[in-house]
Design a protein around this ligand. Structure first.
Ligand code: AMP
Length: 376
């Protein structure tokens, strides 16, 4: 069996590592000139743009089935791969998730709770949307936004013109600001026969709009966790989904959960499963995509995941203090093989499992790794 993966970042790397362990070959089509995380890890890496017809043939000739590691792949490429070898999740599901307007509209049509929103294509539309959704709101570009990029916070009408300019006049979504208690996420796998397996929800904390910590189990009441799982399954079924789906939620002060966004692939907040669960999110993706029985999602130990961003690398040349990590009880280090540590780049993560209170150990480790960091 050979699995094709569109995208060559860390998610493709970790999927390839699980695939290799399970006797499945991987072919990555990165879409970029280089793909450091997958080099030497996947069986073959095709470093060519996604609109390259020769690369399409090279890729589809060698794989039995394909999946994605990120959603921003041109829809025509997804459709051609799907028609040729089969693509899970489907081009339709990925097409919905890659575009905020389509995603929000789909959520609303499917009766899934989300923040109030309006689609905006001009300053005039932004003004009328703001009257409906404001005064506390967030303007988000419809395409290519992640980790808070392409977002502007609004609290008064005199900010609208500048906000519209700052999103470059691109089609956008205006969302009501949710005064949430915390953010949680759910990873759900849906198999070929419609069977669903749902990993325990993670509680997510951010630093500079980028995921910092995932705490599992999420520290919310059981009915909140159950409701988030129920909504995630409703969404997977509405999409007739096959593969792994990540759903991010805001938990409102009232206890109500509303969907923030979804990702049609493994997710940073699911990295805890690599050491915390019987089955990792990557093995589960492979199982769903290749038509195998889904694995157990049982949590083996409370787990906390700490993202390692570039600002934890110090010195010249910049280095990470891996010794401190490896000497921390129950710390499992995962590095992504990236050689240029930009301040806010995700370069790896650590899962803390077992023992007493992994959160205390993670906080200590995090402040050590951030020492002297200007951006802590
Ligand atoms: P996103 O890229 O849409 O996931 O947004 C990044 C982060 O911005 C989220 O994890 C939230 O912390 C915050 N955020 C985004 N949208 C809203 C909203 N409508 N209300 C409150 N906070 C938001």
């Amino acid at each position: 069996m050979t699995l094709g993966i569109l995208g060559g970042g860390q998610l493709a790397r970790m999927l390839s590592m699980d695939a290799r362990r399970m006797g499945v070959r991987t072919v990555v089509w990165s879409g970029t000139p280089t793909a450091e995380p997958t080099a030497g890890v996947s069986d073959l890496v095709i470093n060519r743009p996604f609109d390259d017809e020769t690369a399409l043939v090279e890729f589809t000739d060698q794989v039995d089935v394909a999946t994605v590691e990120f959603e921003n792949i041109p829809l025509p490429t997804l459709e051609k791969v799907e028609a040729s070898v089969g693509l899970y999740p489907s081009a339709k599901s990925i097409g919905i998730a890659q575009h905020r307007s389509r995603e929000k509209s789909f959520l609303r049509e499917s009766g899934i709770p989300c923040a109030p929103f309006a689609l905006v294509n001009s300053l005039a539309e932004l003004e009328s949307a703001y009257a409906e959704v404001g005064p506390d709101a967030v303007l988000k570009t419809a395409a290519f936004g992640y980790d808070g990029k392409g977002q502007v916070r609004l609290s008064s009408a005199d900010q609208l013109a500048a906000a519209w300019e700052s999103v470059g006049g691109e089609p956008s979504v205006l969302e009501g600001f949710v005064d949430f208690d915390c953010e949680i996420s759910v990873l759900i796998a849906r198999g070929a026969d419609g069977e669903c397996q749902i990993f325990p929800p993670a509680e997510n904390q951010h630093r500079h709009h980028i995921l910092d910590l995932s705490i599992v189990p999420a520290r919310v009441d059981a009915p909140i966790r159950d409701e988030a799982c129920r909504v995630s399954q409703q969404l997977a079924e509405a999409l007739d989904y096959r593969g792994l789906l990540a759903v991010e939620f805001f938990v409102e002060k009232s206890g109500r959960v509303v969907v923030n966004e979804m990702a049609p692939r493994p997710h940073n907040s699911g990295h805890y499963t690599m050491n915390g669960c019987v089955t990792s999110q990557f093995e589960q993706q492979l199982r769903a995509v290749c038509g195998l029985t889904l694995g157990s999602v049982e949590l083996l130990s409370p787990t906390v995941m700490l993202n390692l961003l570039g600002d934890m690398w110090h010195g010249d040349p910049p280095e990470l203090d891996t010794t401190s990590i490896l000497n921390t009880e129950g710390a499992k280090l995962h590095l992504y093989g990236k050689t240029s540590p930009g301040e806010r780049r995700k370069l790896g993560h650590v899962n803390l499992v077992g023992g007493e209170c992994p959160l205390t150990r993670v906080q200590k480790l995090k402040s050590h790794l951030l020492r002297n960091s200007a951006t802590a």
